[in-house]
Design a protein around this ligand. Structure first.
Ligand code: ATP
Ligand code: MG
Length: 438
């Protein structure tokens, strides 16, 4: 690797390879990504596929999404495509939309803030976190801004040329994740990078290079500086990646899970009647299975699963303080959710669904005849029922109850009536008289 020294920075010059010689399968590239690449070129701009999609193509995997890097500024990109929108969050990028597929186009960014004299363009927070980073740069600089060597590969399908700035190809071939630059400094700039490293390690089955791994252990506490709204999205990426269980285990190993879900971690460390708590691992394995089978997964279900142990814990406390079952559910849901919101901002529509999933568990267990049809018609019935099956498989719900709810869904009208009759009035406590009559 050649290093070119300029005034304040060492820029790396890329090694180049042909995609074909590395077995890169071009047919896995989305045609919409190709349209974007060609459109930019036609207008005189640079355009490359970059990041995870190049990494995945080299691994023979189908990329989850396609990111494009260019020297065109966001407003220039917007003028090239009618279906483009500038998205202005931490970094200004352009989304070019084709039906359900979005191609993300990012302008080359300039080198890390720490190396810049002009701190007005790269704002840094007290802990070294980058607060603004919207300074455009060259491709060489852009490569240095990226998090991992394996994510800093640029590919031009028109010439079949791969540009490798940080020996990412070697790391891909050795199954290794290496942070570009000094790991602690890069985590300080953006603590979410620690979560990304763990996510890729779990998803790709790669080793985290020791210096990058040790630096996570030293910097876990930085996660408290990340805005709770951003963590909501990151948590979904962590657990809806198809490798939720492996990610969960790695997050716990590195002490990161504790920062994301403090109450859950605390309770997971205690046994239940002499046994480890298995609900969450089982639920995450099940999430992976669903994704593998192409079945839908929803954020509220995931969060209901992640906060189930704190919910149960608070419910027991409310019960022991004299609240009835129904009230204790509401109190516990309030407590588990409100406490979590300071770390991860779960939007209101999802917290409402989480409560519904939890409350349904109570009605499932009760099987009160008046509630049965209401439950079957509930829009979130399927989610509640899937949750019940998970509870049943770890002994938190009676198998015959889960089996009853499985049967009633497919039963015809007569059969449903028979099933309800066999319940003999449902709740004993609430209807003592009816019970006597029958
Ligand atoms: P995947 O899409 O498979 O989850 P990815 O690597 O493509 O993985 P994206 O979030 O799509 O991840 O980001 C695209 C690229 O942008 C990354 O590969 C990386 O080069 C760069 N990038 C994203 N987030 C960061 C970050 N927090 N710090 C530095 N670079 C980043
Ligand atoms: Mg990507």
């Amino acid at each position: 690797m050649n290093i070119r020294t300029t005034e304040s920075l060492n820029y790396f010059q890329p090694s180049t390879y042909s995609g074909k010689s590395l077995g890169l399968n071009k047919s896995l590239i989305s045609r919409h990504a190709m349209t974007v690449l060609k459109g930019l070129k036609k207008n005189g701009y640079d355009s490359y596929l970059v990041g995870g999609c190049v990494r995945d193509l080299l691994l023979g995997l189908e990329p989850k999404d396609f990111d494009v890097a260019t020297n065109a500024r966001p407003d220039q990109v917007r003028h090239v495509f009618r279906n483009a929108r500038v998205i202005g969050r931490r970094f200004k990028i352009v989304h070019v939309r084709f039906g359900r597929e979005v191609i993300e186009v990012a302008t080359y960014r300039s080198a890390p803030a720490s190396s810049h004299q002009d701190q007005s363009t790269h704002r840094i927070g007290e802990q070294g976190r980058l607060l603004a980073d919207n300074v455009y740069g060259t491709r060489d600089e852009d490569a240095m801004r990226r998090d991992l060597s394996v994510n800093a590969l640029y590919y031009d399908p028109a010439t079949d040329e791969i540009l490798d700035y940080h020996d990412g190809l070697d790391d891909i071939q050795h199954g290794r994740l290496r942070v570009i630059g000094e790991a602690s400094e890069r985590y300080r700039e953006d603590p979410v990078r620690m979560l990304r490293v763990v996510r890729f390690a779990a998803k790709l089955g790669f080793e985290i290079e020791p210096s990058a791994s040790n630096a996570i252990d030293k910097n876990v506490g930085l996660l408290t500086n990340v805005p709770a709204a951003r963590l909501f999205d990151e948590v979904l990426k962590l657990f809806h990646s198809g490798s939720a269980i492996a990610t969960f285990e790695k997050l716990r190993q590195h002490g990161l899970f504790e920062y994301l879900f403090p109450a859950t971690e605390h309770i997971l460390n205690s046994e239940e009647e002499g046994f480890p708590r298995t609900f969450l691992p089982l639920a995450l394995k099940n999430t992976d299975k669903r994704i593998l089978q192409g079945k839908p997964v929803i954020p509220s279900f995931l969060y209901a699963v992640l906060l189930w142990e704190p919910f149960r814990y608070y419910k027991e406390i409310a019960r022991s303080q004299g609240a009835n079952e129904y009230d204790s559910i509401h109190q516990a849901a309030d407590q588990a959710i409100v406490e979590q919101l300071s770390t991860v901002a779960i939007p209101r529509r999802y917290t409402a669904q989480m409560r519904e999933i939890w409350l349904m568990q109570y009605f499932f267990d009760q099987r009160r005849s008046r509630q049965v049809f209401r439950l079957l018609e509930n829009r979130k019935f399927r989610a509640g029922y899937d949750f019940l099956l998970l509870r049943a498989s770890v002994g938190q719900a009676k198998p015959e109850i889960a089996e009853w709810w499985t049967r009633i869904q497919d039963a015809d009208e007569d059969e449903r009536r028979r099933m309800l009759k066999s319940l003999t009035g449902g709740s004993k406590k609430r209807r003592p008289r009816k019970k006597k009559k029958s």
